[in-house]
Design a protein. Structure first.
Length: 231
């Protein structure tokens, strides 16, 4: 692994691209937080929060968030953008027509699309939480291999991309409540390959500390819900 890292100089994004991503990423995250947590006129709060992130210099919350946490991962920004789109569709779109019932005799044999998508999301959340723990151990130099430094190599990009598309081997998950989340990691890897954002390391594109904590909370909730349904 050390030889692989030594033979590949890391490709880093330009300073302008990193600065642009810093404001763009935090504007989407802040807009999502405002839309979900402000009780009155959340759409206005989301808009103001997004615009505030583009304020110049120290007047922008992105400046201070960047100093404390750097830029959010591409996966976090995509999840927040998808959450905003789902929230807007639920709030402003007309009610969808009732779903058509399955033909008789197919309910017991076929796995419902929503349950199948939930299983895939659960698997990806588990892999993300596990990867976060591995990176945490690597941060404290408790592992013999430099896992985070390996994220600068093309081999790591290919491996993460392969793992990200594995859930699609069981068929598409379109039309389900959780299906769009399966595309987050492949899209994050694609953005990283094209622009090397946010910092030239593929781990930073698919995971960050806040996303890691959120994955563990979501994983615990999904496991608890599965346990309640079986009981």
């Amino acid at each position: 692994m050390s030889a692989d890292l030594a033979s590949h100089a890391p490709l880093l994004p330009t300073a302008g691209a990193m600065q642009l991503w810093l404001h763009l990423g935090w504007s989407v995250v802040l807009a999502w937080l405002a839309a979900w947590w402000v009780p009155r006129r959340p759409w206005l709060a989301a808009l103001l929060a997004a615009l505030w992130a583009w304020a110049p210099g120290a007047y922008s919350p992105a400046y201070w968030l960047g100093l404390a946490f750097q830029a959010p991962s591409v996966a976090t920004v995509l999840l927040c953008a998808g959450g905003l789109a789902a929230w807007a569709a639920q709030r402003f779109a007309p009610c969808p027509p009732p779903a058509a019932q399955a033909p008789p005799g197919t309910e017991q044999n076929a796995v419902p699309p929503r349950r199948l998508a939930d299983r895939r999301v659960l698997a990806l959340a588990g892999l993300g939480a596990l990867a976060g723990w591995v990176l945490l151990l690597d941060t404290f130099a408790l592992l013999s291999a430099p896992i985070y430094a390996w994220g600068f190599s093309p081999l790591a990009v290919g491996l993460i991309a392969l793992v990200a598309v594995l859930p699609w081997a069981w068929g598409p998950a379109g039309g389900t409540a959780q299906g769009w989340r399966l595309a987050v990691v492949p899209l994050a890897v694609l953005v990283f390959v094209v622009w090397r954002l946010p910092g030239g390391n593929v781990w930073d594109a698919v995971l960050d500390p806040w996303l890691w904590l959120a994955l563990q909370v979501q994983l615990a909730r999904m496991v608890l819900n599965c346990y309640k349904k079986r009981s």
